[in-house]
Design a protein around this ligand. Structure first.
Ligand SMILES: C[S@@+](CC[C@H](N)C(=O)[O-])C[C@H]1O[C@@H](n2cnc3c(N)ncnc32)[C@H](O)[C@@H]1O
Length: 361
């Protein structure tokens, strides 16, 4: 505050630098929406590996309206994402960019993540209301949340299950091969549980989620894949009437947005058999703002918290931990729930999250 106080002389270089940075942010955030549109319309895929093409050729290949495609290309060219040749008004997506933006690039398709900006944008007016009046914005208000989440999960969790995630717990894969009972809490659209059910037919998988829309998608996926060992049910995991039942409980990116995370963690402990494993993926970072100042996605983390993770919890009268609850608090809370021993892993493919592996004593 004191630096911008009217009585103090302004550092003019700092003034100019901030305005420049703001313009940069305006352009970059605009591009995020265009990345999302390019992904959803299939434009990046239509451009993948294709030589110089006109907007009409690109629109035809993607099955889209040329006028919109041409304007989108304008954003992509001025944003230095796509190359432009003025002589014949043609465009080309450089291979180096296609490598990060197409469905072929999965599980490293960055355009998937761009969708969050638009998903959050849809609820801005509701968020402004709760800034004034308190409370929260509930899951049902988010257009396409579960769809975007399923795509994100396919990249960060499903694609990494066998090579990176399951090996974090010694002997887990053998246990799943022999036949284990598994619960995925907050399973969303069920991509992870279905992938595991397919890979381990001798094991039985159950997924619980609060949202009927996500459960419908999960059951449809299980049916589509002909899985007889995966079932999904709408269930608030704050109330779990089971105990000593599962060999493995997984919680992929769900604890921080719980209404009552303490009860949920206690429930997970209760439903596990003694010796059972709890695998929790949650956001990397500190519980202390001062330690997150250099966090590689700090602004994104606190933004998605304000506009989704914290607010969905507050909408239920919940704790509102927020996305950036941090590893210190996470460790304290799982210990309080009875998981006295835990191993924490950072995986190269997923710098956004930390993977905690715990055993019920
Ligand atoms: C960030 S999403 C993660 C979904 C999924 N695990 C994935 O990785 O794709 C969080 C999920 O937790 C679910 N959820 C939140 N609170 C819940 C509760 N109390 N009981 C069951 N599910 C809950 C939400 O509906 C949402 O699908």
């Amino acid at each position: 505050m004191t630096e911008t106080n009217t009585s103090a002389p302004l550092d003019e270089a700092k003034v100019e630098a901030f305005a420049e940075r703001f313009i940069g942010a305006l352009n970059e955030s605009s591009l995020m929406m265009m990345f999302s549109i390019g992904h959803r319309t299939g434009l990046f895929d239509a451009l993948d590996g294709v030589d110089w093409s006109t907007s009409a050729q690109i629109a035809k290949a993607a099955g889209l309206d040329e006028r919109y495609v041409r304007e989108w290309l304008g954003a992509m060219v001025t944003g230095k994402v796509i190359d432009y040749r003025a002589g014949d008004a043609s465009y080309r997506l450089p291979a180096e960019h296609a490598r990060w933006l197409t469905r072929r690039a999965a599980p490293e398709n960055l355009a998937v993540t761009a969708q969050w900006i638009s998903v959050l944008g849809c609820v801005e007016s509701k968020i402004v209301e709760v800034f004034k009046n308190g409370g929260g914005v509930s899951y049902e208000c988010f257009e396409r949340f579960h769809e975007a989440m399923a795509e994100e999960s396919a990249q960060t969790v499903v694609a990494a299950l066998h090579d990176h995630i399951l090996p974090l717990s010694k002997g887990l894969e053998q246990q799943l091969e022999q036949g284990a009972t598994v619960l995925d809490v907050g399973c969303g659209s069920g991509r992870a549980a279905c992938a595991l059910a397919k890979a381990f037919p001798a094991s039985a998988f159950v997924g619980y989620d609060l949202c009927g829309e996500a459960i419908a998608a999960a059951n449809a996926l299980a049916r589509e894949q002909g899985l007889t060992n995966a079932s999904f049910r709408t269930q608030d995991i704050t109330h779990l009437d089971e105990s000593d039942r599962y060999d493995l409980v997984t919680a992929f990116d769900i604890v921080h947005d719980q209404k009552d995370p303490e009860t949920v963690l206690a429930n997970i402990h209760k439903v596990l058999k003694p010796g059972g494993t709890f695998l929790m993926q949650d956001i990397a970072g500190s519980s202390y703002l001062e330690k997150n100042v250099e966090h590689p996605i700090g602004p994104f983390g606190y933004t998605i918290s304000t506009m989704h993770c914290m607010t969905v919890s507050l909408a239920q009268g919940g704790a509102g931990l927020g996305t950036m609850w941090g590893e210190e608090l996470a460790e304290d809370m799982v210990k309080k729930a009875g998981f006295t021993e835990l191993a924490k892993h950072k995986l190269e493919h997923d710098f956004i999250n930390v993977y905690y592996v715990m055993t019920k004593p």
